[in-house]
Ligand binder design. Structure first.
Ligand code: BGC
Length: 712
């Protein structure tokens, strides 16, 4: 018999439930306070995993109890949120997504895994794979943005990165695809709120990233807090048991989110912890994150016949198997010796490349010979804010600020600084002094935006604009007439149309992590080309939310000359900045999208070519997006669907032909039974530097029916 079956044969009910119990460590609070189970409970084998405990000392202390003082000596599993770096912080995922670079997505996860592993961590609650189309929802900062293809590639890259080639390796940690699923569609963008989306939308938009994570071998999945169409995900039999376990064949660990099993009572589907525990276990949730519902409720649920022993055994087996795959039984201390990764350089590289230049009238890159720059705003010298929302083990003192970065990059320029206002305060008494700093300055750099904790979990905002009195500060500086470069720090798009119009340049700097200041200075000075592209549509007005490029067609598409069409009477339909938008200092023009053959058949590879020309005297690095639309489909297809993207590099004034190949099957849609189907007929292909439909190149292709093809 295998080690695990032997163990299961020996375990008491309490010990089995112990393996299904993840207890809080008290080291970090990522939810409402929970009682820590006593060391006595640990000694009795009633705890199998620990939430958010890291560091050699802390983890060794607890692990020693499990290995030396429990009856069966089963090692503990330490899980930590490593969303964008462990100690060394990388750009937030929403910013990193804008690199459209799976190799880099993988490298940052690999480096973070090595750092976390050396700190005693064997499991991370990442990647976060919630498709997000509502900027009110603060958690969009933790994910890849609005598009499911980006999500699927991001999911696979992050899973490979965290887990490496061998889950038992010293520097590998188990990945958790979370939060399964639909959380990005929370009612009115409000955290933890109910979700009600169609099954079609689930399968088209919210599930593909999870499917990709499972296909990439992710070891765990976390059920979301939210309900979907009335059924809380923690108890969702059709999605957890039938789809995830059944259809996708996922046999790893499913865990609840923080306290979520107990919260089935708050959802209104369980009367007490016994019912809550039974619902979650029956849906396939193996691991109870900190609610204690399994410990408190499963014994009675079993006695009452609400669950069966074999359900408990199956869950315990999956947890034990994960521990085995991680090599914890063979050597629970192995990860302390994980080789160090080169994280600081990677943090700089990824931060530079994630910066997104939104507007620029030519003020950037900064001209040589500037004598004096006024750096103004609450985020110019805000070391602790640079890290962004998920940074349990980071030391903010290691982060560089904008002031640090500019002073180092421009040693012969006088860099003056005033905060003007605080991020969220009402006090405007500092505005005058900040404005005064502009007199005699060649340039003002406004550093505005959100605090790090205004995005991430429990950070929904009804007003996604500049908080506090920052607008007053900005307007006061803009009125002086000095050229103004504005840096916007945020975990989401911010609605600032007035700033987009009036600033000489607007730069999305997100939360870039440990090397933020140096990275920003490198891009402002032009040492590095801005290559970040938006992974999320940026609205011009709150009323447009939710806004995303892959909307379905309206029966009466918007037409300026016809009032009876799908549009607002008070603002434009178009966003402020489209998905994929991001300027460079170089300027690339695309022309002449062509397809090798106007007809294709299932199984074909569709070869696409585009002419690209660098019209500038700087080397260019571009991301070219390929979209498609099924023009006549069983269920109306979105007006644009992302099918691929290609990167190109062009020397000054260089022209090149850029080629890509699409698999015919990528043009499939879901039929009435939600099965993928390639429908014969016309498709439009589009190529462009963003999803701005007014600027896309297009071509038509036709799928030939197999039978029709045979008669030709
Ligand atoms: C969050 C999860 C996180 C967990 C543990 C929860 O509140 O929703 O994303 O992994 O806490 O920190």
């Amino acid at each position: 018999m295998s080690r695990i079956e032997n163990l299961l044969g020996e375990m008491t009910l309490a010990e089995k439930i112990g393996q299904l119990t993840m207890a809080p460590s008290g080291q970090a609070a990522t939810g409402p306070f929970r009682d820590e189970p006593t060391r006595e409970a640990l000694r009795r084998g009633e705890v199998g995993a620990i939430l958010n405990s890291w560091g050699v000392e802390a983890t060794r202390d607890l692990q020693s109890i499990a290995l030396e003082e429990t009856r069966l000596k089963i090692p503990l599993l330490f899980g930590v949120d490593v969303l964008h770096g462990h100690k060394t912080i990388f750009p937030i995922p929403l910013a990193e997504a804008g690199l459209f670079d799976p190799a880099l997505w993988e490298r940052t996860a690999r480096a973070a895994a090595a750092e976390a592993a050396a700190d005693g961590v064997a499991l991370t609650f990442a990647p976060m794979l919630d498709t997000a189309r509502d900027p009110r929802w603060g958690r969009m900062a933790e994910g890849f943005g609005e598009d499911p293809l980006v999500g699927a590639r991001f999911a696979a890259a992050k899973t490979r990165g965290f887990q490496g080639g061998d889950l038992a390796a010293a520097d590998a940690i188990a990945a958790t695809a979370k939060h399964f699923c639909g959380g990005g569609a929370a009612l009115a963008g409000r955290e933890y709120a109910a979700v009600d989306v169609s099954e079609r939308t689930l399968h088209e938009v919210y599930l593909p990233p999870f499917r990709a994570a499972v296909e990439a071998g992710c070891a765990a999945v976390m059920a979301a807090f939210n309900s979907v169409a009335g059924v809380p995900m923690t108890a969702h039999v059709p999605l957890l048991r039938d789809y995830l376990r059944g259809q996708l064949g996922f046999d790893g660990v499913i865990m609840s989110d923080y306290n979520a099993i107990a919260e089935l009572i708050d959802h209104g589907v369980a009367a007490d912890l016994v019912e809550a525990a039974a619902l979650a276990l029956r849906a396939g949730v193996d691991l109870d994150m900190v609610s204690g519902a399994y410990r408190a409720g499963l014994p009675q649920a079993l006695a009452r016949g609400l669950v069966e022993m074999r359900d408990i055994d199956a869950a315990a087996r999956r947890v034990l198997r994960l521990k085995e795959r991680l090599g914890l039984f063979d050597d629970p201390w192995r990860r302390f010796a994980a080789p160090a990764a080169e994280t600081r350089e990677l943090a700089l590289d990824s931060a530079r490349r994630a910066i997104t230049l939104l507007t620029n009238d030519g003020v950037l890159p900064l001209r040589a010979g500037l004598r004096r720059i006024a750096v103004i705003g609450p985020l110019a010298d805000a070391r602790a804010e640079m890290v962004g929302p998920w940074t349990l083990a980071a030391d903010p003192a290691q982060c560089s600020t904008i002031l640090d970065g500019l002073r180092a990059a421009l040693p012969s320029c006088e860099i003056l600084h005033a905060r003007g206002v605080e991020i969220r305060d009402e006090d405007v008494s500092g505005v005058g002094a900040a404005r005064a700093l502009c007199a005699g300055a060649d340039l003002a750099v406004l550093c505005l935006g959100e605090a790090a904790n205004m995005s991430g979990e429990a950070a929904s905002r009804a007003r996604v604009d500049l908080p506090g009195r920052q607008r007053e500060l900005a307007e006061s500086v803009l009125e002086t007439g000095v050229p103004v470069v504005t840096l916007l720090f945020s975990g989401r798009p911010l609605i600032v149309p007035w700033l987009a119009e009036r600033a000489n340049a607007l730069v999305a700097t997100w939360f870039l992590g440990a090397r933020a200041g140096e990275a920003i200075a490198d891009v402002l000075t032009g040492r590095v080309e801005p290559t970040g592209r938006l992974a999320i549509t940026w609205p011009r007005d709150r009323g447009q939310i939710p806004i995303f490029f892959a909307e379905r067609p309206a029966s009466r598409p918007a037409k300026a000359s016809d009032p009876f069409t799908s549009k607002y009477i008070d603002i434009a339909n178009e966003p402020q900045f489209a998905f994929g938008h991001g300027l460079s200092y170089a300027r690339v023009e695309l022309t002449n999208l062509r397809v090798a053959s106007a007809e294709f058949r299932p199984g074909d590879r569709i070869r696409v070519e585009i002419d690209a020309k660098n019209l500038s005297d700087r080397p260019a690095q571009e991301t070219i997006f390929l979209f498609a639309r099924d023009l006549v489909a069983a269920a109306a297809a979105p007006v644009l669907e992302l099918k691929d993207w290609v990167k190109c590099e062009l020397a000054p004034q260089e022209s090149a032909t850029i080629a890509a190949e699409l698999r015919a099957e990528c043009l499939s849609g879901l039929d009435a039974t939600l099965a993928p189907r390639l429908t014969p007929g016309e498709f439009a292909l589009y190529a462009g530097l963003s999803a701005d439909r007014a600027r896309l190149l297009s071509a038509r292709i036709r799928l030939i029916r197999e039978d029709a093809a045979a008669t030709v």
